[in-house]
Design a protein around this ligand. Structure first.
Ligand code: WT7
Length: 648
């Protein structure tokens, strides 16, 4: 079998906008090369210098790294606290600066200064202590995107409790499974949250999960968010406000060991139950702080908005820890992007003077679909940097993002990373990296990604292969909670000692990385392995296409046939002529090898709640099979049923 054939060619290059570089933290290729050289010359000295400069050490570490593959321990012997880094460390300079600028979906707002956030976190930390929570205990968090979600995470970090946030869109069953796996002792939740004008029934889900059984759970604290009336609570539930009211606004940070677990976050694999990705304190803190500053070029005056929910790793690394450690103002929005109108996001940017905006390609594509009149209604001149994360961004969406949202002024950082990597590993540095639409560009200083073939040999420029990280980095996951064997199997068995990302990628002649998607989304067509993301990207570059997902179907002749599921832009009529035109279009863009064998129009695509297209489900649909797979992470089950009917 040959390696992944990478066929997309994108030749546009955008240098950093004039004026951006002079003011940036990292200004020139020289700055980048120096850091890389420093690390290459002496990795331990490099990481030790950064950790000493960036974090406050209650007790200094005596060893930078112990690497016994697949297990790494960083900054051994040190003691620190990330709640201290986010809060206390900012009180000298930023006590009265706005830390969180919250807007609820109904339009209610709440601002918390660093001083106020510190006090709130301390109250909740004291409340947790009053419930008997001690360092190492697991605390579940199942909340909407409200300030209490951030407060809860930081309160756990303050006392050394391990938080495990479960996305508010997950079901009772998903919650129960995760709480049991983590062995959570306390759950912090709310009566509900607002989404598209309706209430997400969090408390009802918690009760269903409790009824199904979470033996470790002793206390449930319920925030009143949506009920007009005081809550009628059942044992063991307590009211959040009653709980914190009596707690003092000071709580000394508990200085934890560098390797003390900070959080468990569940992420789905292609098969089996979700994996509890475990992150440790110091390494995660160091890298999220540094990458926030380097990649988003954070400065004192920035108003920063990352649209991710706290239920995803992006909400941990780049809503909560990274930006707050840098002392910026973080915007937090509770609800849907189109409520009450399709311009809600642009309205938020205008009213709050957002300067840095970080979102996902799936959101960008849906905004493209809604039409540019919505962003065009707003003054977006406060923006100075745009970010993307979550999947490969197709060049079409990249250019739209740049022109329609950034108005051609803002650099775009396409940040590649994973729940497991804790922080961004491959990304442009906005002051110095010329960007190419669709490429996450270069590794950050100290990170060593490689594209390898099936024998573990580096592939030449232009050739596809599997993406590995060949050296440990501070914010790497430490293990899978309760299943170290699965940790080794999943990430370190492909090439012993090397971290396998599960992604396919290639490097171009400039050394830029082009991630083509998960290798399980790679298909072999007539002896060529194609990243389905590239075919999708070609499809979406057609004027009439809003979104596309491409999967393989077993085929006698070719091994695998390509089946494309295509959602058309509003107002476009589906026809056989259009199907033929799209197939031709792909042939033209990529070549006949990538020409879909079958195109199906569909109103919607099956997605996870974080917006990832679930191609494994589409594979069954394409193959005419009834799914026996796990669909618990599917956002809307009816999409699957509809796809089958559209089939008939
Ligand atoms: C997978 C990780 C990272 C936080 C959100 C997702 C894909 C992510 C990019 C990007 C191409 C990307 C990869 C990766 N991915 N960012 N900029 N370009 N692909 O976290 O759920 O752990 O997913 O998302 O396939 O492996 P996650």
């Amino acid at each position: 079998m040959t390696d992944i054939t990478s066929v997309l060619s994108e030749n546009r290059v955008f240098p950093p906008p004039a004026g951006f570089s002079e003011r940036a933290h990292l200004k020139s290729r020289d700055d980048y090369d120096k850091l890389c050289a420093e690390e290459r010359a002496n990795p331990e000295a490099y990481w030790s210098r950064l950790a000493t400069e960036e974090l406050h050490w209650n007790q200094p570490f005596h060893q930078t790294l112990e690497w016994k593959p697949p297990h790494a321990r960083w900054f051994i012997g040190g003691r620190c606290n990330l709640s201290y880094e986010c809060l206390d460390a900012n009180l000298d300079q930023h006590a009265d600066k706005c830390a969180l600028r919250f807007e609820g979906e109904p339009g209610d707002t709440r601002n918390l200064t660093y001083r106020e956030l510190h006090a709130e976190v301390c109250r909740v930390a004291n409340g947790l202590k009053a419930l008997g929570v001690t360092a190492g205990d697991r605390v579940g968090i199942y909340l909407p995107m409200v300030p209490e979600a951030v407060i809860a995470m930081l309160a756990c970090a303050r006392i050394g409790a391990v938080h495990s946030v479960v996305f508010g869109g997950f079901s009772a069953q998903a919650l129960q499974e995760r709480m049991n796996d983590a062995g959570a002792r306390v759950l912090l939740t709310a009566d509900g949250g607002w989404r598209k004008g309706a209430v997400v029934p969090l408390l009802a889900n918690v009760r269903a999960a409790m009824a199904a059984g979470i033996p470790s759970l002793k206390d449930v604290v319920v925030l009143r968010r949506v009920s007009p009336q005081p809550l009628e609570l059942e044992k063991p539930e307590v009211d959040w406000h009653t709980w914190v009211k009596t707690q003092g606004p000071e709580c000394p940070p508990f200085w934890v060991d560098s390797e003390h677990p900070l959080f468990i976050l569940y992420t789905s694999g292609s098969t089996g139950k979700p994996k509890g990705v475990l992150h440790a304190t110091a390494g995660f803190g160091l890298w999220t702080k540094l990458t926030s500053r380097w990649v988003f070029d954070l400065r004192d005056t920035d108003v920063y908005w990352c649209t991710a929910d706290v239920g995803w790793v992006t909400g941990h690394s780049y809503v909560t820890y990274g930006p707050l450690m840098n002392g910026v103002t973080v915007v937090m929005y509770e609800g849907a992007p189109t409520t009450p109108a399709p311009d809600r996001f642009w309205d938020i940017i205008e009213r709050h003077h957002v300067s840095i905006f970080y979102t996902a390609p799936t959101a960008i594509r849906s905004f493209m679909r809604l039409g540019e009149e919505h962003p065009m209604k707003h003054d977006l001149s406060s923006l100075r940097l745009l970010g993307s994360v979550g999947e490969p961004i197709n060049p079409q969406a990249w250019i739209w993002y740049r022109d329609t949202i950034g108005r051609g002024r803002c650099p775009i950082v396409d940040t590649w990373w994973q729940t497991e990597t804790g922080g961004i590993l491959i990304s442009p540095l906005p002051g110095l990296t010329p960007t190419k639409p669709g490429s996450a560009t270069l590794p950050l200083p100290g990170i060593h990604p490689e594209v390898l073939d099936t024998h573990g040999k580096p592939v030449p420029p232009g050739a596809g292969g599997k993406l590995f990280i060949t050296k440990p980095w501070p914010s790497m996951l430490r293990t899978i909670w309760g299943d170290d064997e699965r940790f080794t199997q999943t990430y370190f068995s492909e090439q012993p000692g090397l971290y396998f990302t599960g992604d396919g990628a290639r490097r171009d002649n400039d050394g830029y990385f082009w991630v083509v998607g998960r290798v399980d989304d790679v298909v072999n067509v007539a002896g060529h392995r194609l990243g389905t993301a590239e075919v999708e990207s070609a499809l979406v570059s057609h004027l009439n296409v809003a979104e596309a997902a491409v999967v393989g179907r077993p085929d006698e002749l070719k091994g695998t046939a390509l089946v494309a599921f295509v959602t058309l832009k509003q107002g476009v009529n589906a026809s056989d002529a259009l199907k033929a035109e799209l197939a031709m279009h792909v042939s033209r863009e990529i070549g006949a090898i990538a020409r879909p064998d079958e195109i199906r129009f569909s109103q919607a695509l099956p997605k996870t709640r974080s917006g990832k297209i679930m191609r494994r489900l589409l594979r069954d649909v394409a193959d005419g099979k009834v799914t026996t797979q796990d669909t618990t992470t599917l956002e809307d089950l009816s999409v699957l049923a509809a796809l089958r009917q559209e089939d008939e």
